[in-house]
Design a protein around this ligand. Structure first.
Ligand SMILES: [Zn+2]
Ligand SMILES: [Zn+2]
Length: 138
């Protein structure tokens, strides 16, 4: 349900956040950075306006690197348990990218597409009909 408030956090509970369920988009990302940082074949992210996202408990650790676009990406994660939580992507400065599985109710979020499918793993079989993009749409 769009507009409701969602909460989430890390595995150990040290980090908590909340957001308004007003996504710009929700996507499964198959880029190698998402694969490496999640230990999974893809990362599912909800992109929300900055004003819709609030950190409510704890201080994240972060790692800054250069993303596929050539612009900085800062990944935030729990310093205690290492769970990946949200990212600050310079090329889209108005949005926070939040890892959907870190939500308390990830089931209420509906992914709309697959991105960076050029680096999708051949054994990652996503049996859905969502649009797939080699990198980003558009
Ligand atoms: Zn933690
Ligand atoms: Zn990615």
């Amino acid at each position: 349900m769009s507009g409701e408030k969602l909460s989430g956090g890390c595995v150990c509970g040290a980090i908590r956040y909340e957001l308004d369920n007003t996504p710009a988009f929700v996507a499964h990302c198959h880029c190698r950075d998402c694969q490496r940082s999640s230990g999974a074949p893809m990362a599912t992210v909800i992109a929300v306006p900055r004003s819709a996202f609030r950190k409510i408990k704890g201080e994240t650790a972060s790692y800054r690197y250069t993303g596929d676009s050539g612009n900085p990406v800062v990944r935030h994660f729990c310093p205690g348990c290492g769970a990946p939580l949200f990212s600050d992507v310079a090329v889209m400065p108005d949005l926070w990218f939040v890892r959907v599985p870190s939500l308390d109710t990830p089931d209420v979020v509906a992914p709309g597409m697959h991105v960076y499918c050029d680096s999708a793993q051949p054994w990652d079989i996503s049996g859905d009909e969502l649009p797939r993009f080699g990198k980003l749409p558009g």
